[in-house]
Write a protein that binds this ligand. Structure first.
Ligand SMILES: Nc1ncnc2c1ncn2[C@@H]1O[C@H](COP(=O)(O)OP(=O)(O)OP(=O)(O)O)[C@@H](O)[C@H]1O
Ligand SMILES: [Mg+2]
Length: 255
């Protein structure tokens, strides 16, 4: 489905004491089902604002956002992953992973619990069910955070710089992990990142934004074999060509 997520000519202003701040201007793009799209842009340009719009936390000043042909409401199931894993230190991994089900009163739903077990097994966390977050590595904690959101079967997964707090080596391996889980689970995902290489290594397309108010400067299709892991994609011969293209777009003055 080509128009799974549609942002149609979105503009958004924040109202502050100093007046109106235009954050987004005429943002228009689509995301296909099962596609992995990244958004890159300068600091403070409006990347997180776009994710807040897609999640329904913010309403556009003009334009509309449609997911699967419908307006987003508080009942639309949206998954998140942030820079910090936000696991509760006093709950075991199992209790952390099932917290969403608990909130939605689905804790006794056999099918949901079977799905949790399947995800924990498949992604190597089953033996850590009864461990606490502090007993796990940063990478495993991010995996647990991802499973927590996937067990709610979100229609789309929004990732806001989920790897930026990790050291470089860990970041590369967690990125491989997260990408492989998202692909295997056929999730549609949008990743916001400052890191051009990271974006190229995971994405089908990259949306480059201008500085605030964010406009779409260009949308770059990445044609590197999708079956390769992000680490392998970094080694592909086309990688540096894409890096140059996106770097040039990001740093060019055109709005
Ligand atoms: N609640 C708010 N009220 C007023 N202005 C806001 C609010 N949230 C964000 N802004 C402003 O809107 C602009 C875009 O913010 P946003 O957080 O979306 O940027 P970003 O691209 O995610 O930044 P970063 O790269 O630092 O994560 C910024 O100038 C910010 O100061
Ligand atoms: Mg942000």
């Amino acid at each position: 489905m080509d128009n799974y997520l549609q942002l149609k000519d979105i503009s958004l202003s924040y109202h502050t004491k100093e007046g109106e701040v235009l954050a987004l201007k005429n943002i228009d793009f689509n995301v296909k089902k099962n596609e992995f799209v990244s958004i890159v842009g300068p600091s403070g340009c409006g990347k997180t604002t776009i994710l807040s719009l897609i999640s329904g936390l913010l309403k556009p000043s003009s334009g509309e956002v449609l997911l699967d042909g419908e307006k987003i409401t508080k009942d639309t199931s949206i998954g998140y992953m942030f820079q910090r894993d936000n696991l509760f230190p006093w709950r075991t991994i199992y209790k952390n992973v099932t917290i969403g089900l608990e909130i939605k009163h689905q804790k006794k739903d056999k099918e949901s619990l079977r799905h949790v077990d399947e995800l924990l097994n498949k992604y190597g966390l089953h033996d850590f069910k009864n461990s606490y977050p502090s007993q796990l590595s940063g990478g495993m904690r991010q995996r647990a955070a991802l499973i927590r959101t996937l067990c709610l079967k979100p229609k789309i997964l929004l990732l806001d710089e989920p790897f930026s707090a990790l050291d470089y080596q860990t970041k590369l391996s967690v990125c491989d992990d997260v990408h492989s889980i998202i692909t295997k689970e056929n999730q549609t995902a949008i990743l916001v990142t400052h890191d051009i290489s990271e974006a190229i290594s995971v994405s089908d397309r990259i949306i480059v934004l201008s500085k605030r108010p964010a406009t779409v400067k260009c949308i770059q299709k990445i044609e590197i074999d999708r079956a390769l892991t992000p680490l392998k994609r970094r080694e592909s011969p086309e990688f540096s060509k894409y890096f140059d293209l996106i770097y040039r777009e990001l740093t060019s003055e055109k709005q």
